[in-house]
Structures are given as structure tokens and as C-alpha cells.
Design a protein around this ligand. Structure first.
Ligand SMILES: [Zn+2]
Length: 95
């Protein structure tokens, strides 16, 4: 879990995969763009709206635009070098 500037996990730092670290770095970038509080408010709001629509906890989480972007690009370790600002909203409404 990324809570800028901290990465919170039960696993030892050395066991974290590059893919996992990249996923969380994408969240750090999203958080900075939205000045932290905006990220958390929108994240929670999107989750709630998705949950009301989908009635499934996991689907609601996976359909949050911030998560869509992070899951889509977590394997591309160079993604953040070319990422455009607010790119998470390119992932809204897809399924
Ligand atoms: Zn995530």
C-alpha cells in the first residue's frame, strides 16, 4: 500500500518485486498530482461508486481508475518516465 512517502507492506523490503514496486510508484505519482488528499477522496469515492454498481468488493477495487492505471502499467518499469499527468483518467469506465 502506498501512502506517500511510505510504502506499507507486511513483506520485507528485499522481497518486493519490481512489478509491485512499480505499481506503488505509480500510486505515488497519482497522489502527488492530486496533492494527497484529492487522491484519497477520489479513490474512496470511486471505490464506493464501483461497489454500489458492481456489488463486489474485488471488482470495485480493480475498477478504480487509479488501480486500472497501476495494474495496466505495473510491468512496464519505464512507464513513469513517459507518463502524462492525470493519466489515471484515461482508465475510467473501461472493463
Ligand atoms: Zn494499487
Amino acid at each position: 500500500m502506498a501512502l506517500f512517502p511510505f510504502l506499507i507492506t507486511k513483506l520485507p523490503r528485499t522481497s518486493l518485486s519490481q512489478k509491485y514496486r512499480n505499481h506503488e510508484r505509480i500510486h505515488f505519482r497519482q497522489q502527488l498530482e492530486l496533492l494527497l488528499i484529492g487522491f484519497y477522496l477520489l479513490y474512496a469515492l470511486e471505490f464506493l461508486m464501483n461497489y454500489l454498481k458492481l456489488d463486489d468488493w474485488t471488482a470495485a477495487y480493480r475498477n478504480i481508475s487509479f488501480e486500472r492505471e497501476a495494474f495496466t502499467h505495473e510491468s512496464n518499469l519505464k512507464y513513469l518516465k513517459n507518463r502524462k499527468c492525470f493519466a489515471q483518467w484515461r482508465h475510467v469506465g473501461r472493463d
